[in-house]
Design a protein around this ligand. Structure first.
Ligand SMILES: [Zn+2]
Length: 379
């Protein structure tokens, strides 16, 4: 092989994630798995104007969007559309993602015969354990009973019967090594649901939820409020209500992630947050200059600048841990490699350089600036 080509290939491969030192690899983003309960043929609890699966998904998608404003946190959703997933599939997704935290989002309800059906209200956050009251048992039974919608559920769940009291003995016997951390998060989430979303406080509780048992990480199941109470349902159905509940859970997740050792530090992502300025105003370009988030705003023929962080022979997903929490990742192909840039297009080399210094080189010391025109790199 041509010596120059060999050299170039070696240089490119050196930038590849496999070349990252072990210590850098150990520090990865905090991975939160959000599990919008129910979906598809399983509606969950039904209200007068809406249903549980729709609220759960809507709130989960809002949380994902809110968390995208933070570096150092990666979000995995068990479902992002209206599809049916078994409880085991949800746990499998969480375990495959090696999550640091599992948050299952649900909406509560009580039986049609309950006298307090129209007045019962409030949020509660559950961790795994054996129920201490009948009411908690009823919630676990209802949430676990979705396994009956699976054709072969008694094999999958090893004979577990969601409606039999005896089955729940496994929750007493199972060791729960994540309990302290789970309760820690549950308290944060419950606190925020009361403070930020204004929900009545039903407290942090324990019950036997299969999905929590099967997820090998700190885990909590959130019951946002009661859909059978018309006032609560109105809140659960409103955009304002969903936004507040998502904000509450987002703040709790951030707080928990910030206190979590062994993962990357969490910081507010100035690139995505429209309210904050990307640079010091004094140093910044004129107002009409492309801010980092306006990544495809470049007009035809115009030259822009990008910050390249790595090249690799594999295609990586946008939220791959290899990007170390940096957002706004673009890629292009050149010479058989995928090359990755962050932060979008910058109007001048200086602006790109400032961004690289301030936000990128701490994580990718070898990041460099490339020239870009009409969708491709120019040199
Ligand atoms: Zn549910």
């Amino acid at each position: 092989m041509n010596r120059l080509l060999t050299f170039l290939l070696a240089a490119v491969v050196a930038l590849c994630p496999s070349g990252i030192s072990a210590s850098e690899r150990d520090v990865r983003p905090f991975v939160v798995v959000i599990d919008p309960g129910h979906g598809g043929k399983d509606y969950g609890a039904i209200g007068k104007v809406t249903n549980e699966k729709t609220i759960n998904l809507d709130v989960a998608l809002r949380i994902r969007k809110m968390l995208s404003e933070y570096n150092g946190i990666e979000v995995v959703l068990t479902r992002s559309t209206d599809t049916f997933l078994s409880l085991q599939q949800r746990a499998d997704i969480a375990n495959a993602a090696q999550g640091n935290l599992f948050v299952s989002v649900h909406v509560n309800s009580v039986d049609r015969r309950s006298k307090n059906r129209l007045t019962v209200k409030g949020a509660s956050v559950y961790t795994l354990g054996l129920h201490r009251s009948n009411a908690n048992f009823e919630v676990a039974k209802r949430e676990n009973s979705v396994m009956e919608l699976e054709p072969d559920f008694s094999t999958t769940y090893q004979g577990f019967d969601p409606n039999s009291t005896e089955s729940y003995i496994i929750f007493e016997l199972s060791q729960n090594k994540h309990l302290t951390q789970s309760i820690n998060f549950a308290q944060m989430a419950q606190g925020e649901l009361v403070k930020t979303a204004g929900r009545a406080d039903r407290g942090v509780l324990q019950a036997g939820f299969w999905v929590l048992l099967a997820s090998a990480m700190p885990a909590a199941l959130v019951e946002l409020d009661f859909i059978c109470n018309p006032t609560s349902e109105q809140f659960l159905h409103s955009v304002k209500g969903k936004e507040k509940m998502a904000r509450a859970l987002t703040d709790a997740i951030v707080k928990y992630a910030e206190a979590h050792p062994g993962t990357m530090p969490v910081s507010k992502n100035m690139v995505v947050d429209e309210a904050s300025e990307p640079f010091d105003m004094e140093e910044s370009e004129p107002e009409d200059a492309a801010a980092p988030e306006q990544k495809s705003a470049a007009t035809k023929g115009a030259v822009t600048y990008r910050v390249q962080i790595m090249a690799c022979d594999r295609r990586l997903s946008d939220n791959s841990p290899e990007f170390k929490g940096l957002k706004n990742v673009d890629s292009y192909r050149q010479g058989g490699f995928y090359k990755y840039t962050v932060g979008g297009d910058f109007p001048t080399e200086d602006a790109a350089e400032r961004y690289a210094c301030k936000s990128v080189r701490g994580k990718f010391p070898k990041a460099f600036i490339i020239k870009w025109r009409d969708g491709q790199r120019i040199d």
